[in-house]
Each structure stands twice: as structure tokens, then as C-alpha cells.
Design a protein around this ligand. Structure first.
Ligand code: PLZ
Length: 459
């Protein structure tokens, strides 16, 4: 498409839902056919419409459809697509210089991002931050640092975890299909403990936190040997696993178990961090203080940037030359990240995340009363999900229903995402720049889609 005919995105984009074709429309279908001949089949798409502009709370496609965005590119455009401060700072930096390699000749914006993260991250004491390109790379580096600092090889992760797609992070990820199938052998010295997933805990939600903590301690002490474990790695709310909020009290128990054994606690805040849950970091909801925290996704408003923030003595355990990367902490991405922090402060987006969360939880509560297929509604701030189950079974996952509801929403102009180990979770991650009107309109479409799909399932 010639540049002149491309619509401008960002906050000035018309904030309307508009469906003018079938979904995907003819132009997107053409491009999808082109994709098939150019891109490997392993790269899928949730809603295969080709985007031409996005901003505020909408995404516009090549056929002129305008979707309400309840996905934020998987929790990335938290401050909105092309948010003013992000776009302005990144554009100005593009004109100054695009790259020097921080390992060759550094620049100040990298330090500014590290200063922000060191100030905000819920890690105790003096801190350091390393910048990288992605979430997976942040997790990789957190594990490298934990191993170097402790001299121990083992890493303990949880069931339902997602930590990335590189060989190490895929090995840390729980779910086989589609993430791991055919890609082994996996990285050794990884051990998996049960997650305190109260909705599916065999003995019921009341005992979930204590029993899951017991299982972790038992794994460490009896099976692996605590002295062999560098770190326990946990998402404070599991993302791809289905927005599993660990049973209250579990995370503080995990922190205590680690502390008592000299094991580092790494919080993977890649999906939860940077204002998404109504706090800058989700660890704050339970007052836990991890030794290392990983961020990415929302950190730079859509530009690729990841970070590891941790206690200074751990981060400094790796000698010069042990950490780095050609593009890591790219100057355009750093300026974008500074723009993200400005947007959060300027528009009080922490408060906005809580408001959006309250609105979603309230409506989902109503849906849940009306539809027995909604097994559980859970989440924090603007990170909320509903887990769908068969109406007459004992929590039997209903992935087909989740897929049908998502598809109906897409056809009506609402972008929603699915998740979950069983594929039966609808998850909602609206940008915090979404208007109240669009949020309500999206929720109404969702309610309608649930009503229609459950009615058609009943006949
Ligand atoms: N840790 C907690 O959520 C990425 C994955 C999309 P990258 N989640 C979205 C997909 O299907 O690949 C994620 C995460 C948590 C790590 C990661 C990995 O982050 O930036 O995708 O590498």
C-alpha cells in the first residue's frame, strides 16, 4: 500500500467499531494466501486480518474493518498502540541514531530505562538491570545469572507455566502441544512442581496454597536436593497457562521456601508487569520480593525490549563479557520504554487498569451467574479471564466453546484471545488507553457471543 494512503494510527485514530466485510475480508484473505507461500506454516494467527493502523482501543485492517482490541498484541501495547510519548520519543531517536551496540559504545537512554526499573521493581536492596530483546531472552539471562551467582545448576518451574520458545525457555514451559512437540531433547536440570491452581486443585481451593507449597518443598528437599537448585521461576499470574492466579498465600510461601534454602526466586513478570494488573508489578499484590524479575512485552509499548532486574550482588556475579547481545537495549526501544513510563504517569494508568478490571470483573460476574459454562472468572486489574467448562461435567474443559465464542467475537469486531493448558480460557487484555464506551461495547458483544454459542450448544 502506498504510504500516502495508509491511515495514521495512534491515539487520534477514530475510536469506533466498524465491520464492513466478512472476517477476514477479501484483502486480508489475499494477504493470507501470500503469507502461506512466504511464511512457514508453524506461524499461526488468532485473527488473520492484516493490520494497517491501531491506536486507543481499536485495530483497523486492510479491508477497512475496525476492531475493538481486547488483546493488546498479547499484553504489549498496554499504554496503547503508537501512544504519543512512545511514538514521539522513538521517532526522535530514529533521526538521531538507530544503533551503536551498547557493548561497543553506550548511550544514556539505556541507563534511564535501567534507573526506572531499578526504582520500580519489587526487588529488595540495591539493584541492577540488564536489557535484552525479548521475553525469552530475559528469562534465559535470569537463569544464567542465577546459575552464575549460586554455582548451582537446577531450575524449578511450575505446571501450566509459559516462559518462551527458545530451547531453554521452551524447556521451562509446561505445555507440550504446540510448544514442545518434536523440538526435544530439552535442557536438563529443570524440575516441575504443581501450581496452586485453586479451581483445579484435587482437594479443593481451601487447601491449595499449603498443599502446593508442601509439594514444592518436597520436590526440592527429597527429589532434587535444595543445594542443587539455583532458582525457582514463577509467573505471579500465569499468562499463557490461562491467567491462573495462584491461591492466595502461595507466592509468599514459595518465597519463604526459597529463602530458607538459599534458592533464588525469579518472578517472570513478562505478561503481568508494567501496569497491566493495576500495580507496576504483580508481585506487589502479595508483597513478595523476588531476587530477580523479568519484564518485556509492555515495557516498550510494542518495540522489542526485555529486561532482567535483580539484586546488585547477583547481577554483578557475571564477569564483564558474560552478558550482552548485538541489539540488546536498542536505543529506539529504550526511548519507547521511557515513553511508556511517561504515559503511565501522565494518564494514571495504574488506576485505569484497576477501573478496567473492576468493569470486566463485574460484567463477567453477571455472565457467570447466567451461564454455567463459565467455571471461573479470575485475574487482576486489566488482566482477566474466564475458564469455560462443560455445563454438566465436573470442570471438564470446553475448548471448542472457547474457540467458537472467540470466533463469533472476531466476526462482530471484537478481538479476544484464548489461553490455558486446556485451551478453554478466554482472556482479556485491553489496552489501558481504551475508552469506557468501547470497553462496554466490547463486553456487550462478548455477552451476546456467549449467549448465542451456549444456546446453539443446547440444541
Ligand atoms: N514469559 C510469562 O507470557 C510470552 C507468547 C506468544 P517473548 N507470552 C506470549 C507466543 O505464542 O509465542 C511470554 C510470557 C511469559 C515469557 C514469555 C516469552 O516472551 O517476548 O515472546 O519471547
Amino acid at each position: 500500500m502506498p504510504e500516502a494512503s495508509r491511515p495514521a494510527g495512534g491515539p487520534d485514530l477514530a475510536q469506533v467499531r466498524r465491520i464492513v466485510s466478512e472476517i477476514p475480508g477479501p484483502r486480508s484473505r489475499e494477504l493470507l494466501a501470500r503469507q502461506r507461500s512466504l511464511v512457514p506454516a508453524g506461524v499461526g494467527a488468532t485473527l488473520p486480518v492484516f493490520v494497517t493502523a491501531a491506536g486507543g482501543g481499536v485495530i483497523v485492517d486492510a479491508d477497512g474493518n475496525s476492531f475493538i482490541d481486547f488483546g493488546s498484541g498479547i499484553a504489549v501495547t498496554t499504554v496503547g498502540n503508537s501512544a504519543a510519548a512512545v511514538a514521539e520519543r522513538a521517532a526522535a531517536q530514529l533521526r538521531r541514531f538507530t544503533h551503536t551496540c551498547f557493548l561497543v559504545s553506550p548511550y544514556e537512554s539505556y541507563l534511564d530505562v535501567c534507573e526506572k526499573l531499578n526504582r520500580l521493581a519489587p526487588v529488595p536492596g540495591e539493584k541492577r538491570t540488564l536489557l535484552v530483546n525479548s521475553g525469552a531472552e530475559a528469562v534465559e539471562n535470569a537463569v544464567k545469572i542465577a546459575r552464575a551467582a549460586t554455582g548451582r545448576p537446577g531450575v524449578v518451574v511450575f505446571d501450566h507455566a509459559f516462559h518462551g520458545r527458545t530451547l531453554l525457555t521452551m524447556s521451562l514451559t509446561a505445555k507440550n502441544q504446540p510448544y514442545k512437540q518434536g523440538f526435544g531433547p530439552f535442557v536438563p536440570e529443570i524440575h516441575r512442581a504443581p501450581m496452586a491452581y485453586s479451581y483445579r486443585w484435587p482437594t479443593g481451593p481451601e487447601r491449595c496454597a499449603e498443599e502446593a507449597a508442601y509439594a514444592l518443598a518436597d520436590l526440592l528437599d527429597r527429589q532434587v536436593g535444595a543445594d542443587n537448585v539455583a532458582a525457582v521461576l514463577v509467573e505471579p499470574i500465569q499468562g499463557e497457562g490461562g491467567f491462573v492466579v495462584p491461591a492466595r498465600g502461595f507466592l509468599p510461601l514459595v518465597a519463604g521456601i526459597c529463602r530458607a534454602r538459599g534458592i533464588l526466586l525469579i518472578a517472570d513478570e513478562i505478561q503481568t508487569g508494567i501496569a497491566r494488573t493495576g500495580r507496576m508489578f504483580a508481585c506487589e499484590h502479595e508483597n513478595i520480593q523476588p531476587d530477580l524479575v523479568t519484564t518485556a512485552k509492555g515495557l516498550a509499548g510494542g518495540l522489542p525490549l526485555g529486561a532482567v532486574t535483580g539484586r546488585a550482588e547477583l547481577m554483578d556475579a557475571v564477569p564483564a563479557g558474560g552478558l550482552g547481545g548485538t541489539f540488546s537495549g536498542n536505543p529506539v526501544a529504550c526511548e519507547a520504554a521511557l515513553g511508556v513510563f511517561e504515559e503511565i504517569e501522565r494518564h494514571d494508568l495504574l488506576e485505569r487498569a484497576r477501573e478496567i478490571g473492576d468493569t470486566m470483573q463485574e460484567r463477567f460476574g453477571e455472565f457467570s451467574d447466567a451461564y454455567p459454562v463459565i467455571g471461573e472468572v479470575r485475574g487482576r486489574g486489566a488482566m482477566v479471564a474466564m475458564e469455560l467448562v462443560e455445563p454438566d461435567g465436573d470442570r471438564v474443559p470446553a475448548p471448542d466453546l472457547a474457540a467458537r465464542i472467540a470466533k463469533r467475537c472476531h466476526a462482530e469486531g471484537l478481538l479476544v484471545l484464548t489461553a490455558g493448558s486446556y485451551g478453554n480460557v478466554l482472556r482479556f487484555l485491553p489496552p489501558l488507553s481504551i475508552s469506557e464506551a468501547l470497553l462496554e461495547e466490547g463486553l456487550a458483544i462478548l455477552g451476546d457471543a456467549i449467549a448465542k454459542e451456549t444456546a446453539s450448544a443446547a440444541v
